[in-house]
Design a protein around this ligand. Structure first.
Ligand code: DAH
Length: 353
């Protein structure tokens, strides 16, 4: 009995048949089960193993030849195998019943297609895209700059002297003493002029930030499109021509416009452009404060100091620049009365555009 060898021999001699058969039928079943993928295969499985003349049932016949003192042991084994096989059969049956096989599927080709929900572009993005495509058609390229800027690009290089009140016009969010959230897209002009040589003709769209109280009309962030053209002998007339072409293309050819003198540290001379209010056609309404005019952009000839700051000789090259807001224009175009709804991300609002 030292190795249990005698016991083993005893088993082998007295009832090798049924023991071996149980094991081999069980391993056969375990091998077939995972491959059953149709009702037909499952039925074949049932016939082979579970039917009255099946392999599992035949074990009960073999049980009869087992000596009676061993019957409980082998009876239990056979019962366990039958139970296991039946359970697996039921499991597979319910799984196959719930999946529709290819043959059973009925495809009604006359049904209308299922609509996939489609997103829409944000109204601000739409306005920007339209502005961009007009300038692209006029030969402008597009460049982008960082939203976190340093004081140098946002102010100093743009000819804002230190402590100059013009800096107060733009309520700045400071990150550090000399690092800010850009208050306009104009600093990208400095970046592109330092990066490339003239001729440069680009627009610079993007998001800007100002520490302003949030209200229906103003937000602490908004969007601008700046423009810049630098070359030899760029003239004020070219600036006006470009702005008029843009305005007629964007607002409609029937609008009227006017230029007013203005001030920006980075342009000289500077101007602001108004167009006839497109809501009241210039008659005067609440939106244009009964003036009939809407201010739409600022512009001017690039200040010689700015050209110098970028390493250009103002005697050799000149340029014009302009900048316009996107959000207020979008409000007016779409007839929205509260700027905050643009950024609530309410899908019921956004879906309308
Ligand atoms: N940066 C100005 C602003 O934020 C707008 C502007 C005015 C941009 C004149 C320009 C410009 O490029 O030439 O109000």
């Amino acid at each position: 009995m030292s190795r249990g060898g005698e016991l083993f021999i005893f088993y082998e001699k007295s009832m090798p048949m049924i023991d071996e058969k149980i094991v081999s039928i069980q391993s056969e079943i375990e091998k077939i089960l995972p491959s059953i993928s149709s009702k037909e295969m499952l039925e074949n499985f049932r016939i082979e193993f579970l039917a009255r003349k099946g392999k599992v049932a035949s074990l009960y016949d073999d049980l009869k030849t087992v000596p009676s003192e061993q019957k409980p042991v082998y009876g239990q084994k056979v019962n366990a195998l039958r139970k296991y096989t039946e359970e697996q059969f039921q499991l597979l049956k319910s799984r196959l019943d719930s999946t529709v096989s290819e043959k059973e599927e009925f495809l009604d080709r006359t049904l209308p297609g299922r609509m996939r929900p489609r997103g829409t572009r944000h109204p601000i993005t739409q306005t920007m895209e339209e502005m961009k495509s007009i300038f692209i058609s006029m030969g402008f390229g597009i460049v982008y700059g960082p939203e976190i800027e340093d004081d140098y690009h946002n102010f100093e290089a743009l000819n804002f002297p230190p402590n100059h009140p013009a800096r107060d016009m733009q309520d700045t969010f400071f990150i550090k003493d000399d690092v800010v959230l850009r208050t306009h897209t104009t600093p990208v002009q400095i970046r592109i002029m330092k990066h490339r040589k003239p001729p440069i003709r680009v627009i610079m769209p993007g998001r800007v930030y100002r520490n302003e109280a949030v209200s229906a009309r103003s937000n602490y962030f908004f969007h601008q499109v700046d423009g810049l053209y630098v070359n030899e002998k760029v003239t004020f007339a070219e600036l006006k021509g470009t702005l008029i072409t843009f305005a007629k293309s964007f607002y409609g050819s029937s609008i009227k416009y006017r230029f007013r003198p203005s001030f920006f540290p980075f342009t000289e001379p500077s101007l602001e452009m108004d167009i006839t209010c497109f809501l009241c056609s210039g008659k005067g309404c609440r939106i244009c404060k009964h003036t009939g005019w809407l201010e739409v952009l600022g512009a001017g000839m690039v200040h010689p100091n700015v050209l110098r700051n970028c390493g250009y000789d103002p005697e050799k090259v000149s340029g014009y620049a302009f900048g316009m807001g996107v959000d207020r224009i979008s409000l007016l175009r779409y007839g929205i009365d509260d700027i905050r709804t643009f950024f609530d991300n309410d899908i019921r609002f956004l879906n309308q555009f």
